[in-house]
Design a protein around this ligand. Structure first.
Ligand code: ASP
Length: 438
């Protein structure tokens, strides 16, 4: 068994879907579980639709119409027959989405989010599965909500591994057994899951990689391949760095460090299940499927040969000091951490001194104002916005010097192999312009 994961970019158009068929044809003898994300930027569009519905804004209907138009355009290119069953399947999902138009803010945001945003993956997998069957790549569509079970932490479901393992075996094994000597292909959704009482949950933004890893873990797959629009894991994001290098082989540990620090190529939760069962992770280009890509597995000794750069923009540095001038001790820390956990705001970097605790976070959480208010009850809170967080793995001093030209260093942390810097650009930089325009 091999598990393949295709992200949004690999299903963003009709030609991209055809390309998936080409890739699958290169593996004629393998049983495959194919995990697919929503098409293109559908998840973002669904988030906008959800907000518009909750605020009962008139543009909600137009949002939905646009999404429908986008999917139908792709389908019209892929399916010659306008009576094809795919149209009924897709209409059913859009009918479900339509119901939210009237609902308003009926239930909790997170519950409604999962019920609505999960539709992106349901749409894409229905379309791809029908297309592949038509292209003689025989497959069966499976509902990931029946396979992957989580608790009811909506928008970030915690996986019930035992139950998921049991269900994956119970549901998928008979399918692959029936396929017998022909290979079987199970097409399913990334990102989405279900609670034990069948409510829809999601695994966190960009969570389809993690879905792939869950499937690989539960089926003891020989590998998980993540098909991407880059040639593999690069040592820096080409969006911010002119020169990048592909890392041909890295260890689970290095990949975990890179994803933890925010390298967006692999979802941070993906590595653990794979490492636990020693399942190799391959990151390959869907444009160049015969190229090697990056192999992530145990026993790779050359992690340190190429420095890697992880660059996060639009960061905020918060400094938190107890109002009563008490120390940043265990009590104050547990109170601070408790609030970050309550609002599910991830700390990207932290540092404490005698009477102050500093944390770097993404400056785009919807719950940030609430967090700042609540922190303000017991702490003096100050913050700087418009910052960058740069992490350099396997750094040296000349590299740091080169990267801080035209920047003010607000905070720096150095370990044996990792340097982390919070920077304030002294001139207006590209990402700031983009942010203003967005
Ligand atoms: N569609 C989801 C998202 O955009 C999950 C994923 O693509 O991994 O976050």
């Amino acid at each position: 068994m091999k598990v393949f994961k295709f992200g949004g970019a690999s299903v963003k158009s009709a030609s991209a879907v055809r390309n998936i068929a080409d890739i699958l044809n290169r593996f004629p003898a393998d049983d495959l579980i194919v995990v697919i994300s929503a098409m293109g930027k559908t998840t973002n569009a669904l988030e906008r639709y959800l907000d518009a519905c909750r605020k009962q804004q008139p543009e909600a209907a137009a949002c939905l119409e646009q999404l429908k138009h986008y999917h139908l355009e792709i389908m019209d290119e892929l399916f010659a027959d306008s009576d094809h069953a795919v149209y009924t399947d897709v209409q059913f999902i859009f009918d479900h989405l339509q119901q939210f138009l009237e609902a308003g803010p009926a239930e909790s945001y997170d519950v409604q989010y999962d019920a609505m945003v999960s539709c992106g993956e349901l749409l894409s997998t229905k379309i791809v599965s029908h297309y592949l069957n038509d292209a003689a790549i025989v497959n069966q569509w499976f509902d990931a909500r029946e396979l992957i079970k989580t608790d009811d932490t909506f928008r970030e479901g915690k996986v019930d591994w035992k139950l998921t393992g049991y269900l994956v075996e119970k549901i998928l094994e008979p399918y692959f057994d029936v396929c017998d000597r022909q290979r079987g292909i199970a097409v399913t959704q990334g990102f989405i899951a279900g609670t034990i009482d069948d409510q829809t949950t999601t695994l966190g933004r960009e969570g389809s990689d993690y879905s792939g890893a869950i499937m690989a873990y539960c089926t003891d797959a020989e590998s998980l391949t993540i098909w991407k629009d880059v040639p593999g894991v690069l040592n820096a994001d080409p969006k911010y760095f002119d020169v990048t290098e592909k890392l041909p082989r890295i260890s689970y540990k290095e990949a975990t460090e890179l994803s933890y620090y925010g390298a967006s190529v692999i979802h941070p939760k993906t590595l653990k299940p794979l490492q636990n069962k020693q399942i190799p992770l391959l990151v390959k280009s869907f444009f160049m499927p015969t190229d090697e890509g990056t192999q992530i597995q145990e026993g790779v000794e050359c992690d340190h040969l190429v420095p890697s750069f992880i660059f996060k923009v639009d960061q905020m540095l918060i400094s938190i000091a107890p109002k009563d001038f008490s120390f940043i001790d265990e009590h104050n820390l547990s109170c601070i951490f408790g609030l970050f956990a309550k609002y599910r705001i991830k700390l990207r970097l932290m540092q404490s001194s005698a009477i102050s605790f500093s944390a770097c976070i993404d400056n785009r959480h919807d719950k940030l104002p609430q967090l700042l208010d609540e922190l303000g009850e017991n702490f003096e809170v100050k913050y700087n916005e418009g910052l960058e967080l740069l992490t350099i793995r396997h750094y040296d001093e000349p590299t740091i010097e080169r990267l801080i030209i035209d920047k003010e260093v607000l905070l720096i942390q150095k370990g044996r192999s990792t340097a982390r810097l919070v920077l304030r650009p002294l001139v207006e930089v590209e990402w700031m312009k983009e942010l203003k325009e967005a």
